[in-house]
Design a protein around this ligand. Structure first.
Ligand code: FAD
Ligand code: PHB
Length: 389
């Protein structure tokens, strides 16, 4: 065999899996379609559950995160001027970490370089073969030349549009999907955060989120119709829309500035079952997508990697297939709970085009209940900081 595990995709899930396996003495090859610069330029998630923080430390990539990340003990969920504080620390004893996906990915690339692992960029036309035999094979094109690798297992970490999920025969897959009728327009701006903790805001004008990366870099979002294009949104238009959606107490403090990145992401819930097909395992966005409202996308990728790295170590070091046999079921149990939470947060905080007046009252009543009930706040906090692995 050419290597033990071929990992398709060098995003956060592929890199973290490679890092954990190599540290355990298992040989891997990562095949990534894009350049490293391109992977590192994608602005995505910003919040790590504490379980993810611990996983990154265990993988030997926690030093910069611990020095430069910002632990947050709570968040605000707001409805017009009503600001409900969710005190994670008091309600669950846990906190979350503000540390961008770009930073996590960069730390992983650097750690992989130090270990001298194999990451091949610029691969095209990846094909996964022989998944039901004793040795799997992955073919790909690099610089116009067709190449192949044999291995014991293949990890499909290639995101929603990758090849891995589609390698599983359609009749063997079950897909569950909910597409939401809006997207998020996000901007990055070198300005101080409007609040010391994140604000998830419901308003008569739609949803807004005030997030951050550091003391002088913010990530703010507004809900927009699916048909909107980035070109429709000048910085001025963004700021005035954002300002009228967050509580007025916060809006008074808002400091605006030029955007340095602006993008629109559609919102979707999606799960493909099972996560295993012979010698292939699906991990992260290759298997499931959540709307970003619960900050779960990256964190679910990390928990999948947690289950799969244990299973692969058990199989390749100790000859036991129990872990690989139960990977799909174990990971899916946690995935579905995060699906539910992300869907509920999305429903609680967004205006749906054409909704009736009853829907708005339900949203407001849910938020009023959150303000008055510690039980409701505790439920939200428990899910937000991350359910146990
Ligand atoms: P990805 O990050 O998608 O990585 C997959 C990798 O595989 C990529 O590098 C890709 O180039 C590579 N690849 C794809 N196809 C192939 C192929 N055929 N061959 C080889 N390589 C291939 N989550 C949040 O929690 N908060 C957010 O605000 C948030 N915003 C997001 C915005 C966008 C636009 C998107 C798409 C996702 C966002 N997410 C967010 C989700 C979060 O970023 C993902 O859950 C996370 O990136 C999953 O990591 P992954 O490694 O599984 O997949
Ligand atoms: C972000 O900072 O990009 C972010 C934070 C929380 C979310 C989604 C995105 O729920």
């Amino acid at each position: 065999m050419d290597t033990q595990v071929v990992i398709i995709g060098g995003g956060p899930s592929g890199l973290l899996l490679s890092q954990l396996l190599n540290r355990a003495g298992i040989a891997t090859v990562v095949l990534e379609r894009s350049t490293r610069e391109h992977v590192l330029s994608r602005i995505r998630a910003g919040i790590l559950e504490w379980g993810s923080v611990e996983m990154l430390r265990e993988a030997g990539v926690g030093t910069r995160m611990d020095a430069e990340g910002f632990p947050h003990d709570g968040t605000y969920i707001t409805d017009a001027d009503l600001m409900v504080h969710i005190d994670f620390k008091e309600l669950t004893g846990k906190r979350v970490m503000v540390y961008g996906q770009t930073e996590v990915t960069q730390d992983l690339y650097q750690a992989q370089d130090r270990m001298g692992t194999s990451i091949i960029h610029g691969v095209e036309d990846v094909q996964i073969l022989d998944l039901d035999g004793p040795v799997a094979k992955v073919e790909y094109t690099l610089n116009g030349e067709r190449k192949s690798l044999t291995c014991a297992y293949v990890a499909g970490c290639d995101g929603f549009h990758g090849v891995s999920r589609k390698t599983i025969p359609e009749e063997k897959r079950r897909e569950f999907e909910r597409v939401y009728p809006f997207g998020w327009l996000g901007i990055l701006s070198r300005t101080p955060p409007v609040n010391d903790e994140l604000i998830y805001a419901n308003s008569p004008h739609g949803f807004a989120l005030a997030s951050m990366r550091n003391a002088n870099l913010v990530r703010y979002y507004v809900q927009v119709p699916l048909a909107d294009k980035v070109e429709d949104w000048s910085d001025d238009r963004f700021w005035s829309e954002f300002k009228r959606r967050i509580p007025s107490q916060a809006a008074e403090r808002l400091i605006t500035g030029p955007s340095i990145e602006k993008s629109i992401a559609p919102l979707r819930s999606f799960v493909s079952e099972p996560l295993r097909w012979g010698r292939l395992f699906l991990v992260g966005d290759a298997a499931h997508i959540v709307p970003p409202t619960g900050a779960k996308g990256l964190n679910l990728a990390v928990s999948d990697v947690f289950y799969l790295h244990q299973a692969l170590i058990e199989a390749l070091k100790h000859g036991s297939e129990n872990g690989v046999d139960s990977y799909s079921e174990r990971a899916l149990r946690r995935i579905w709970k995060a699906m539910r939470f992300s869907w509920q947060m999305t429903t609680m905080l967004h205006r749906f085009e054409g909704e009736d007046s009853f829907a708005e009252q339900m949203r407001r009543a849910t938020l009023a209940h959150l303000a008055e009930s510690e039980t409701a706040r505790k439920d939200l906090a428990e899910n937000y900081v991350g359910l146990p692995y």
